[in-house]
Design a protein around this ligand. Structure first.
Ligand code: AGP
Length: 611
């Protein structure tokens, strides 16, 4: 996610833009920039790093004018740098564009434009939009933007200004949020309400496929084919804090509820409708290396390690490559053996976890090829890896990882299909089926989110809310689901919770079962369902409190459970991506019922950058 702000009116647009960008800093903060139309020219200041660096730069290089656009970046294509920071320009530097989203076909657009003589300055997907607008510009900026967007595939929210038009800016949206703010003799654009709430509460929420031309006292909205559109002007009554969380009480709940779109973004540009192949161009592993690979080592910490376990099960099942899964904090101290043709896959949301970084260095020094799954573009893990699969989950503010986990599992599913096909371990027909199943997941996640009230009610029950301890059980693909569910509960509600392989019950944990112990059992449809039912009956026989996670349509399990959370039917190997969501919500609601600070739990940090 990035932050976009635009302004036209009597004020100095730079002051309005910077104030707005600061309100949007939670959306991304690796670089920033502002472009201003003033005195018949287009002027720009950019900076790398947090916005305060931009503030300083503007003090040293004052910029002002009645019209401008600004951007704070969360990199998706091209590492954080001044040249990659927005705004981006056409060749003559007369048209400026800021963008939030992912242009899926940017590479082919770039190639075509370069053939037409365009020279690119950056590695970003966004710059293609600026050159496309120039290509179609014949004096009307609104028309040129609409035409340019007809060539673009992917997600975007953009702001565009041109030195020829000091009286207007153009904005457009498809898949990324964008609002227009209306003032007295002034107007605004923004990625989110916080950006402009200081100046106006009259906003228009632009819909997908819509383009607007905004002037000081007027605006017009059309679809990209040029058909006029009428949208309601709404009045926002949020306070600032609520606005950053888009009305949710906590970032964690906002991020849980973003997961349908997050999985769409993780898949975006890598698989297409009907496709039989996965496209992972940044993995940087040659076909020869993939085919010669004898061993994969997955290293990570915490939630990322649980995602790595999902990855292990998927890779071994479908790509038939042996996978060693290691806690990075253990790997780095056990003098690991790294045989020839080893690929290491580090997993990290922040990309700055100290143990994971050290594990990478050890593996590289012993000859491993390293391709990481990471959320933060340009992070240390990404920079120190040979290749990368970016999660595109956007900044995760809540300390308890939620959307990063499901996007990591999705990235492993993509990698598995890609690896299996490359090694001839999977027929194209099966790959096509699995890709289709992946593409169905966002809607299935949304179904769970739309039915979360049942989970919220369940979490209010004292037998859960006031529990002293809890056990989470799962098998197969959902053994990591049990581990992750337990971690979520313990780290934000402070209830001791343990995740266990259900087959281990008889080897100890069953001694814990009493009528005060909630036992969460992941019993979704699949090969191990009957085994899970046996475990559930063992627990019930000892008066344990069974909270089951099951597949929609399974009514029979209610007879064995105090409560049941449902997930939609899905391809079993991908079920951890769905199972995570009710368990995240359960942990969240139990913790909030206990009055815990779910966004910043005691003793925890978002990124463990020291040992
Ligand atoms: C999970 O909710 C925790 N925030 C923690 O376990 C986290 O997953 C772990 O520290 C790894 O962080 P990383 O993904 O940024 O490397």
């Amino acid at each position: 996610m990035c932050g976009i702000v635009g302004y036209i009116g009597e004020k100095n647009c730079v002051e309005v833009i910077m104030a707005g960008l600061h309100r949007l800093e939670y959306r991304g903060y690796d670089s920033a920039g502002v472009a201003v139309v003033t005195d018949g020219a287009l002027k720009c200041v950019k900076s790398v790093g947090k916005l305060k660096i931009m503030d300083k730069k503007l003090e040293d290089n004052p910029l002002s004018g009645p019209l401008g656009i600004g951007h704070t970046r969360w990199a998706t294509h091209g590492a954080p740098s001044e040249v990659n920071s927005h705004p981006h320009f056409d060749m003559p530097m007369e048209i400026a564009v800021v963008h939030n989203g992912i242009i899926e076909n940017y590479q082919e657009l770039r190639n075509e434009l370069q053939k037409e003589g365009v020279t690119f300055r950056s590695q970003t997907d966004t710059e293609t939009i600026a050159h496309l607008v120039r290509k179609y510009y014949t004096g009307d900026l609104f028309v040129a933007v609409k035409r340019a967007l007809q060539d673009v595939e992917g997600a975007y929210a953009i702001g565009v200004v041109c030195k020829d038009h000091p009286d207007l800016m153009v904005a457009a949206r498809h898949g990324s949020p964008l609002i227009v703010g209306l003032g007295e003799g002034e107007a605004f654009i923004g990625s989110d309400v916080p950006a402009i709430m200081k100046y106006t509460r009259k906003v228009i929420y632009i819909d997908n496929g819509q383009v607007c031309e905004i002037k000081r006292n007027s605006y017009k909205i059309e679809d990209i084919q040029g058909n006029p559109v009428q949208l309601e002007v709404k009045t926002v009554d949020w306070d600032d804090a609520a606005a950053e969380k888009e009305g949710y009480p906590h970032f964690m709940l906002k991020e849980i509820n973003q997961q349908a779109n997050v999985i769409r973004n993780t898949l975006r540009g890598r698989v297409h409708e009907g496709s039989e192949e996965v496209n992972l161009p940044d993995m940087n592993i040659s076909l020869e290396e993939l085919r010669a690979c004898q061993k994969i080592v997955i290293v990570a910490c915490g939630t990322a390690w649980h995602a790595g376990m999902v990855g292990k099960y998927l890779i071994e099942k479908f790509a038939k490559v042996p996978v060693e899964l290691d806690l990075a904090s253990e790997y780095r101290y056990r003098d690991p053996i790294v045989p020839p043709n080893t690929i290491m896959i580090p997993v990290s949301q922040s990309g700055e976890t100290a143990d994971t970084l050290e594990a990478i260095r050890i593996a590289k020094s012993r000859g491993a090829q390293v391709a990481s799954i990471v959320n933060t573009v340009g992070s240390s893990v990404a920079r120190e890896s040979h290749g990368v699969v970016y999660q595109h989950a956007g900044p995760e503010i809540g300390v308890a990882s939620t959307k990063a986990y499901t996007s990591q599992c999705t990235a492993f599913a993509l990698f598995t299909i890609w690896l299996a096909e490359t090694r001839g371990a999977m027929e194209k027909a099966q790959a096509k089926e699995m890709i289709a199943s992946l593409r169905e997941l966002p809607d299935k996640i949304q179904w769970i989110l739309d039915n979360q009230d049942d989970i919220k009610r369940c979490a209010e029950d004292p037998k859960y809310r006031d529990a002293q301890s809890a056990l989470y059980l799962g098998r197969g693909y959902n053994f990591p689901s049990a581990l992750e569910g337990a971690l979520k509960l313990k780290e934000i509600s402070y209830i001791h919770a343990e995740g266990y392989a259900a087959g281990e019950m008889k080897h100890g944990p069953i001694a814990l079962v009493t009528d005060e112990l909630p036992v969460v059992c992941v019993a979704t449809d699949g090969d191990v369902y009957d085994k899970m039912v046996s475990n559930i009956q063992e627990i019930r026989a000892r008066r344990g409190i069974v909270l089951s996670v099951a597949t929609v349509g399974n009514e029979g399990i209610k007879a064995h459970s105090a409560d049941v959370f449902y997930i939609p039917e899905c391809f079993e190997p991908f079920s951890p991506i769905l199972v995570a969501v009710p368990l995240q919500l359960f942990a969240y609601y139990v913790a909030t019922n206990r009055g815990c600070d779910v966004d910043q739990p005691r003793n925890l940090a978002k990124s463990v950058t020291v040992e």
